[in-house]
Write a protein of this length. Structure first.
Length: 478
């Protein structure tokens, strides 16, 4: 018979993760112990229950074993002990690459705070490369009976916030025109994708990297037809010059044919972490400079002009293709007594695409309506055979009459002047109005031309127009 409590110090295998260090038997229930009926053991009576007290291995519990963090940001996880230590427990933490990520250096658990989770902070460094990186956080535990406890490593994946890209800046240094457009394609920013130039001319654009490469970056350039246009063969960017724009020169070949042509400039990027970066092609349109009249023409804004006498009007002229030199267009009026015209225009290899203005001026007084023709003669730089349409100028006569101008203060008439003949009419300032009761409203009436006698009960000589007065009161002495 056993009374009270008995404990035997024995080793007894329980399973792969636990070790029996003590077992005891008693007729009473044993709190916080694992019960097992070992009736097969012959050391005790079968009617008694043997109670086994097992002591588990100690653990440090992590809230996570991996995380993904973006550059210049932080990530966290927690650690807590699963059983009370005998004294202070220290956990030291180490980053496998402190240039990519740093970590809280250590944690300390005591017999008082062992059950409260503590936070570890991982800080991803903001570097200049364009690569995603992986950092391993390892743990070293010591003290308080936890020296033999091991912990899993923590894996931090760092997403890079720099995008390898190329900025292509067109300086538009072509003789005639660079068509600019902003296109963002596959991490590349280009300010121009089209160039227009004439045979024998050159144009340039520049390329610069947006971020520092890991090593040398090479950009190779090719022309789809070197018989039409050639291009700088390659550029090299390093970790030192990556931020300085480099210039690409495109040269249009002056060939003997008479065709306008198009060439595509392609780019291939390699090295320094830029291998996956794409660039847009450059489309180069070549305008033929061969003096072939079939390919040359001149555009006029109109072929007719309608003006009154003593007035001016204009029309414009522009070349449709780049000349090889100066082109002169001479204008001639068929009757300079009625209409004069700008004598000539000169187009050069620089201004050929800009419309120029021709001014037509009519004289005073032609007495009747007239029609005058403006003819054009084109000479120079492959345009000699180009013809232009005449411009028909219709000049409308404005009838006039002599009126006597007098001074009312002295009642003396001192001369005559020409006055435009206006149609007989009466001009009202309005044809309707809304007036409130007890209020007034007004409108005005004026004659369109001088009458031949008194009209509407008004003094003709003083009232028919506000800016002119006449001494006569009827048609006999007016």
């Amino acid at each position: 018979a056993h009374s009270g409590y008995a404990k035997l110090n024995l080793s007894f295998p329980f399973n792969t993760s636990e070790k029996m260090t003590n077992f005891a038997f008693d007729k009473k229930a044993f709190r916080d112990s694992t019960k097992m009926d070992l009736t097969l053991l012959e050391m005790v009576e079968r009617s008694q229950q043997i109670k086994i007290e097992k002591l588990l291995n100690k653990h440090a519990i992590q809230s996570a074993t991996s995380a993904t963090i973006t550059e210049a940001t932080t990530g966290t996880y927690t650690i807590v002990l699963d059983s009370e230590p005998t004294s202070d427990v220290t956990i030291g933490l180490t980053s496998s690459d402190i240039t990519a990520a740093t970590v809280t250096p250590s944690l300390t658990f005591t017999t008082s705070n062992w059950s409260r989770p503590q936070t570890i902070t991982i800080t991803a460094e903001n570097d200049n490369d364009t690569d995603n990186e992986t950092v391993i956080i390892s743990h070293a535990i010591s003290g308080g009976g936890y020296d033999t406890v091991s912990m899993a490593n923590f894996t931090a994946t760092i997403n890079d916030d720099d995008t390898a890209a190329i900025t292509q800046l067109a300086t538009a240094a072509v003789t005639q025109l660079a068509i600019s457009a902003t296109a963002a394609v596959a991490g590349v920013t280009q300010s121009a994708t089209i160039m227009i130039m004439s045979e024998g001319r050159t144009g340039v654009y520049t390329i610069v990297l947006n971020s520092e490469p890991e090593g040398d970056v090479t950009i190779r350039l090719t022309s789809s037809d070197i018989a039409v246009a050639t291009v700088t063969r390659s550029l090299a960017f390093t970790t030192s010059n990556w931020s300085r724009p480099q210039t690409i020169t495109v040269t249009a070949v002056n060939d003997p044919d008479m065709d306008n042509e198009t060439v595509t400039i392609r780019h291939v990027v390699s090295g320094g972490g830029y291998g996956s970066v794409g660039m847009s092609d450059i489309e180069v349109r070549i305008i033929d400079r061969t003096p072939n009249p079939a390919l040359k023409s001149i555009t006029q804004s109109t072929t007719t002009v309608d003006i009154d006498e003593n007035t001016t009007d204009t029309y414009t002229v522009v070349l449709d293709a780049d000349p090889i030199g100066d082109v002169v267009i001479a204008m001639t009026s068929s009757d300079t007594n009625i209409v004069t015209v700008t004598p000539s225009l000169t187009f050069t290899t620089n201004n050929w695409a800009t419309p120029q203005i021709v001014t037509v001026t009519s004289v005073w007084d032609i007495n009747v309506d007239k029609v005058v023709y403006i003819s054009h003669t084109v000479t120079g730089s492959g345009y000699n055979a180009v013809t232009m349409s005449d411009v028909l100028v219709h000049v409308s006569d404005i009838p006039v009459e002599f009126v006597q101008v007098c001074n009312f203060w002295f009642f003396v008439c001192f001369g005559w002047q020409l006055e435009e003949v206006k149609p007989q009419s009466i001009i009202q300032s309005a044809t309707s109005a809304t007036i409130a009761e007890t209020a007034t409203g007004t409108y005005t009436i004026v004659l369109g031309k001088k009458p031949t006698s008194h009209a509407l009960g008004m003094e003709v000589s003083e009232q028919w127009q506000s800016f002119k007065a006449y001494l006569s009161l009827d048609n006999n002495n007016g």
